[in-house]
Write a protein that binds this ligand. Sequence first.
Ligand SMILES: [Zn+2]
Length: 150
Amino acid sequence: MIDVLKSELLHLQFKCGIKMRDMMGATITIRPENTTCPQCQEEMGVKNSYIRKLITEKYGNVSARIITLICNQGCQTADGSAVLRSPEIIARIAPKGSSISYDIEVEVGLLRYLKRNQREEIQEYLMKKGIPISTGKITNLSHTGRTHDK
Ligand SMILES: [Zn+2]
């Protein structure tokens, strides 16, 4: 899991052409890897974009501008909705709906279950690294971390 994440972030960094340190607090733009429509093969247009805050162990706080593409030719999927593309990479950095990356999730799990740290100890540890997370969130992360391991 961690290795996959590292390679994804390295790949992302490479594609964005910026130094890793510069990602801290910066806004990075993430476009879909493939920009052609899967049906008509034409180049797709930008439908919209939104900013997603991501807190990662290695890169600190990152604001990601996520671009969604739409087919300008009006192609539709089987259920009649427009053909869209979203970046797949984002799903591999953090769980859907969460700002906290998998690398922090994994670390919290290790601290909690291998090192038997208390939630407050983990909170302090993360705070020192500039990652503010509530103890309630640490509890949630510990649980999801365990689920992924099974
Ligand atoms: Zn199309």
